[in-house]
Every structure is written in C-alpha cells, then in structure tokens.
Ligand binder design. Sequence first.
Ligand code: MG
Length: 388
Amino acid sequence: MAQAGPLTRPTLAPYACRADASRGRRHPEPPAPTRDDFQRDRDRIVHCSAFRRLVYKTQVFVNHEGDLYRTRMTHSLEVAQLGRSIARSLGLNEDLVETVALAHDLGHTPFGHAGQDALDQCMQPHGGFEHNLQSLRVVDVLEQRYPEWRGLNLCFETREGILKRCPLPQAQAFEQSEPGGVGHRFVAGYQAGLEAQLTNLADEIAYNAHDVDDGVRSGLITLQQLREVPLVERFVAEALAAHPGLAQGPARRLLAETIRRMLSAQVYDVIDTTRAALQRSQPHTADEARQLRGLVGFGDEMRSASAELKRFLFAHLYRHPQVMETTAQARRIVADLFAAYMAKPAEMPDEFAQTDDTPRAVADYIAGMTDRFASREHQRLTGLRLFA
Ligand code: MG
C-alpha cells in the first residue's frame, strides 16, 4: 500500500516547475500532509469566494442571456482541461497549470470586457484598472480567509502565472515591495515558467473554440459563415467526409464534431511544436526555461490560422450589433455604480467603505460583482432597470 503523502510525479521533465522546488509563499507555512504546494494552491482557489462568483460572470454573453453559454467559470474549467492535457504530454506540471487556469480570470469584472473597459475608464485618474493585476490582487489581498494574513498566500509560481501582463510602472512598484518577486521578469525581461506560458495559450485555444460554439448556438453567427475561415472550413470538411450523414443534421452535431477536431488539432500542434523547441534548446531547469523565448506555442501555420479565426470572431461576433448593445448597457451600469459609490461610499459594505483609498475600494467592490448583482445594485441605486 502506498503511504499517504504528496503525490510524486516521476514524469516531470527537468524544465517543469516542481512544487518541492517552489520559491515559496510570502508567509512561510508548514507543508500539508497529503498535498504538494501547487495542489494546495489549487484547492485554495476552488474554495475562495471570487472563484464561486465566476459562475455568474460574463464571458462574451451576458449571464442572463441564456443558460447554454460559457461563463467565466466554465471557461476556466475548459482552460484547465486543455492545459492539463498538454502539460501531461510535455512533462510539465499539470497541477500548476490547473491552478493557474482556475485562477486566471478571478479579477474579471462583471460583463466581460465591456465591464473592464468601463471600470478602467472610471479609474483613469486613480491608477487605472486591469484584470490581470486584479486577479493577483484578489489572491494576494482581497480574499480574507486566514487569521494571520490577507489573501490566499499562494506560491510564487502560481502568482507568476496569474500575473500574465504587467505595465512597467506597476512592475517597478512590485519590485519595491517584493524584490525579485512577480514584478521582476517584466523589469528584467524574461518569461514566466513554462506552465504559465502554456496556460495562456490554453486560454486562447479555449475561447476561440467556445466562442465559435456559443456564437453559433446564439444565432449571431452561422457555421456556413464560419466556413470562410480556413481553420474552420478544414474541420467542417473533415467531419463531413468522415460522417456524410452529418450534412443532414442535427446541425449541433456537425458543429460539435468540427470543434472537437479543431481543438484536437490545436492541442497536438502545440505539443509537437513545443516538444521540438524544448528538444532544440534543452533547458535543464525551470529557471533556464524562463530565460528562453518562444518555447511554448503553435507552429507558424496554426498560429496564423488561429489569428484569422480570432479576427473573424472579433469582426462578426464581439462586434455584432446585438453584443454591442449589451456592451453599451454594461458600460453604463459600471460607470453609474462607480459614480454612485464614489459619491456615497457608505452604500458599500464596511470593508470597502472604510478605507483610505476610496476609488480603489470602489473598483475592488465593483470588480468582484457578478453580472446579476451589478444589475440589481444599479437598479437599487439609480432606479433604472437595464437588461430588463
Ligand atoms: Mg481567460
């Protein structure tokens, strides 16, 4: 019988991030008896309140528009699934990839990018708002679950993965408070660990695929229209050749088979391309891999095919008049809420109302809202009912 203890992963490649070689937590903690530090980080994320709220946050479609569409929660689970399966093939640390995937969108505002843009605009005089920075702020500061410190006290490698992007002035500020920490790579010019890079790419693969799915299901775009995108056409044609009966319907099956094939091809492409790059450069450690550019990625052909799909989605789905209309209402809700709380901070719960930095507290409070809570608060404070 195996003894209970942290699961060892003998298949980890030398360039993988290892939990037992982690740079650690900001507040040192004794090891857990049955889980390693990355597994423990994942569990902390799953149990935090920002994670639960992802269920009711918009990905592309505002949450009330239908139960079929992805939310930030289902998106994050799909990123974790894709990321894990690529990580396993490459000898990277699956647990770390899963952890970063589940946390990567914690800082998103309600109403997707419309909400983020509106909040950023409101925050311009006060240092701006950016969802990657906010995701880190959620796990470092805003979650309050431990007696001795704020935040979840996650490992460096998890926090590094969450902080996907960081403007230089902010990176320099991180360096002041945490020298050599998560801001350092943006100042010194190196990459995050391979697991973090992989999670980024899994994010992109996931949303391209599920936005095709949600877009077609919503009726805003059609599969026929999508066939002008070579990447989609290739897999529609393959699916029809393998299963000629699919041409007669139901349409949902052809769509699902097309997306399944497209996802697999992208996953295999990343695995093959990244494996070849790793074999060429042979990094001996995770830190050596951080110093090398271009290890994790698509091959040239898939990269441009995927970019073309993204351009199509941007033009025909994200800019669709119906999406733009909800976008305009979402921006209004966020801007009105910001103005209302700035004028009367006491309308917020005490922990947000009683701070020395009201604008940041207002941004934190709004960013943490679900779509439906933001709509209800907006109605309470303005008497207007949007998204009715
Ligand atoms: Mg994402």
